[in-house]
Design a protein around this ligand. Structure first.
Ligand code: FAD
Ligand code: SF4
Length: 484
């Protein structure tokens, strides 16, 4: 049953009959909801890639899995080589420039690779049997070609306090009851990318837990339609434009992202779905590994979206009649340079990857953190340059309704004409796409997530500080200068 098409995916997710709170209403027909539909269409691209007409694209998405012994979609793969890691990033770039947005399926893939190697290490040290459980679970995911939400981020309450010291202990998701058949958990995961487009949710601790925090060191997976889980849809900038007709003002009329506040109100988790349960040192290891895989991911997806922004900026420069100006050419080169630097980091941390004790491949941690730290900066610079080149109209254009109005429409077309041959409506389309990415709903993933997703910049600086090898570098200087 592996290798669903996008259409088969949409049908399979509809069958889960998920319910969510969306802007004050309880919605059950999510696939038809204007705010949700573009995000499901974006996930569908990750399925259709495996059925693309050209063989090179299909080869990016299809890979043989030794786990389930079938060809699977790479979004469910446990990487077996550096070539796999490089192909992962290349596939993400493809999805990014096809959708121009977050296509939501990477968090589960990154979580799975981290849980796979961490359960192996935990079993070896603690005599647990999490790895076999996880293998059985993930074989099912691969065979059914499912989307898995990777749920790490807790609300965290007072950032200055440990989980056990919070006034409300549920501010970090935790075990509240232990039964013979499993555990009961309470808490929430914020910002969940594509949660309502996922078949399963894989929950991980948000940080390394310490003595007295065993109840918070919990990792497990449940289906997204498990009783007790409640979904509250996240707002994105200008999101209600997705509900408007005509769709011109949406900017990206086909695709979009999705983030969801997810509450676990006494959710039962059976033993066979638990992959960590109080083994404190492995909570921190899991967080570090997941974060590094997701920091690698941004070296693909954000670059793909960057391709779209660069393309739109070059197009608007041509439409505005400034494409030949030397400073415009130079700014476009700068945009390409920044974007390809991010890709270079994504490829570098992949190519320098290594096998884990469990046998799957992990990226080079230092380079993955360098990749993500650059992602916290470069998309903002790309957005600044795009805004510069696009002109002020980016923030002041009349609406699509006024364009359709018989009185105002002709004025808009007359006064938004620019270079000869550039249709004013096409010019509006391109400007709206740029607006979407630098200040609209697309900016949630392209900018805000570039800052905070997979951890804020300080988290990468800490890892870079730890892994930068300062002692080794000083030793080299001592050797060079013959300093004892
Ligand atoms: C669009 C988007 C999508 C996301 N998708 C997912 C997802 O799919 N799954 C998931 O699990 N998470 C997801 N995240 C969450 C993301 O990982 C977090 O936003 C990130 O880890 C930062 O956490 P926070 O938002 O709570 O900010 P905070 O942790 O509050 O950070 C805010 C600032 O406070 C600083 N700070 C925080 N704590 C301390 C401290 N103790 N001491 C000193 N400084 C501190 C930080 O360095 C930062 O500068 C997503 C986020 C976004 C924006
Ligand atoms: S932000 Fe990028 S890496 Fe994360 S889920 Fe979206 S597309 Fe994938």
């Amino acid at each position: 049953m592996a290798l669903k098409t996008g259409r088969e995916y949409q049908q399979s997710i509809e069958k889960l009959a998920l319910e969510a709170h969306v802007m004050g209403r309880t919605e059950t027909q999510l696939g038809d909801h204007g705010l949700v539909q573009p995000s499901r269409a974006a996930v569908a691209v990750t399925y259709d890639g495996a059925h693309a007409e050209d063989a090179a694209t299909r080869a990016l998405f299809r890979v043989h899995s030794p786990l389930c012994k079938e060809e699977v979609n790479r979004f469910t793969h446990l990487h077996r080589s550096t070539d796999d890691l490089v192909k992962k990033v290349t596939m993400q770039r493809y999805c990014g420039h096809t959708t121009g947005c977050c296509f939501q399926r990477c968090v589960g893939m990154d979580a799975a690779n981290a849980v796979y190697s961490t359960t192996f290490d935990c079993d070896a040290a603690c005599g647990t049997d999490y790895h076999a459980r996880f293998n059985a679970y993930w074989t099912m995911i691969q065979k059914d070609d499912l989307v898995v939400d990777g749920a790490m981020t807790d609300p965290k309450g007072d950032r200055g306090k440990r989980p056990k010291d919070q006034k409300d202990p549920d501010l970090f998701l935790r075990v509240v009851d232990r039964k013979p058949e499993g555990v009961v958990v309470c808490g929430a995961k914020l910002h969940q990318t594509g949660m309502l487009n996922a078949h399963e949710v894989l929950v991980m601790p948000t940080m390394g837990m310490r003595e007295g925090e065993a109840d918070w060191a919990i990792c497990f997976a449940v289906p997204t339609n498990t009783p007790g889980i409640r979904y509250i849809y996240g707002r994105q900038t200008s999101d209600t434009r997705k509900l408007e007709t005509p769709s011109l003002d949406m900017g990206n009329p086909r695709y979009g992202g999705q983030e969801v506040m997810t509450v676990f109100d006494h959710v039962f988790v059976p033993h066979e779905r638990i992959f960590l349960n109080g083994e404190l040192p492995y909570s921190g290891r899991l967080v570090e590994r997941f974060a590094a895989y997701h920091r690698q991911s941004y070296g693909g997806c954000k670059v793909g979206v960057g391709d779209v922004l660069i393309g739109a900026t070059a197009l608007i420069a041509r439409m505005n009649g400034v494409a030949q100006a030397s400073h415009i050419k130079d700014k476009l080169v700068e945009m390409i340079h920044l974007n390809e630097t991010l890709f270079a980091c994504g490829i570098a941390c992949s190519a320098m990857g290594h096998a884990t004790a469990a046998g799957n491949f992990e990226i080079d941690m230092l380079l993955a953190n360098v990749c993500k730290l650059n992602v916290t900066r470069f998309p903002y610079e790309l957005a600044r340059l795009a805004t510069d080149i696009a002109g002020g109209l980016l923030g002041t254009m009349p609406s699509a309704h006024d364009l359709e109005d018989p009185v105002t429409g002709p004025y808009i077309k007359k006064y938004l004409a620019a270079a000869e041959g550039a249709d004013p409506v096409d010019r509006i389309k391109v400007l709206r796409l740029i607006e979407n990415l630098v200040a609209g709903s697309g900016a949630v993933a392209y900018l805000i997530e570039s800052m905070h997703g997979a951890g804020p910049p300080m988290a990468q600086r800490i890892m870079i500080g730890r892994q930068g090898g300062l002692e080794e570098k000083m030793a080299r200087v001592r050797t060079l200068l013959k300093i004892p």
